[in-house]
Write a protein that binds this ligand. Structure first.
Ligand SMILES: Cc1cc2nc3c(=O)[nH]c(=O)nc-3n(C[C@H](O)[C@H](O)[C@H](O)COP(=O)(O)O)c2cc1C
Length: 158
């Protein structure tokens, strides 16, 4: 299967990272992947390391996956081909829906068994470092991940 993407540096195309909705992929404690639509995210340099922070409400199944599942996540910035997944990923819950099955989103193997989503504009594989409740938005926690790999689709590279 062609992955239709190339590895890039973590800060390349950061404009698209900031401006565009993402699909956050996690894996639950039974090893099952789940995706959630995500707008609140940051990419920056902390301690000279590329760090992504994602803001996840405590009510989300994704919150449970980040707390109890694999200590990694992937952030997948949507493209024209994957933006159609955001409705299901942003309304259904992984508690009772297999959103990969429902949307037909294709996975590419990623860090510690957490997949990325094929045909994303940008994808980031992150090792989960820790989390903290957001002081000014206490319904949400910020989960911090170190970017270990970043990819851009061939479309963006044209
Ligand atoms: C456009 C859009 C952006 C969203 N951004 C976030 C976000 O940044 N953080 C968050 O916790 N939920 C966000 N949500 C809500 C979750 O995606 C939604 O509650 C989802 O069903 C949670 O899935 P889960 O229970 O499988 O984790 C967003 C929803 C939409 C439609």
């Amino acid at each position: 299967m062609s992955e239709n993407r190339k590895e890039i540096g973590p800060y390349e195309y950061s404009e698209q990272f900031n401006d565009t909705t993402a699909l956050l992929v996690t894996v639950d404690k039974n090893g099952k992947p789940n995706m959630m639509t995500l707008d609140w995210k940051m990419l920056g340099n902390v301690g000279y390391e590329p760090i992504i922070a994602v803001a996840v409400a405590t009510t989300r199944y994704t919150f449970e996956c980040l707390k109890e599942g694999t200590k990694a996540f992937t952030v997948n910035i949507v493209s024209d081909k994957t933006s159609k997944f955001t409705n299901v990923a942003g309304s259904a819950s992984g508690r009772n829906t297999d959103k990969f099955k429902q949307t037909g989103a294709e996975m590419i193997k990623g860090i510690k068994g957490v997949p990325t989503i094929k045909d994303s504009l940008l994808s980031y594989e992150c090792e989960l470092l820790g989390d903290s409740q957001i002081p000014f938005k206490s319904s949400h926690y910020a989960f911090f991940g170190k970017v270990v790999k970043a990819y851009a689709s061939n479309e963006i590279l044209k």
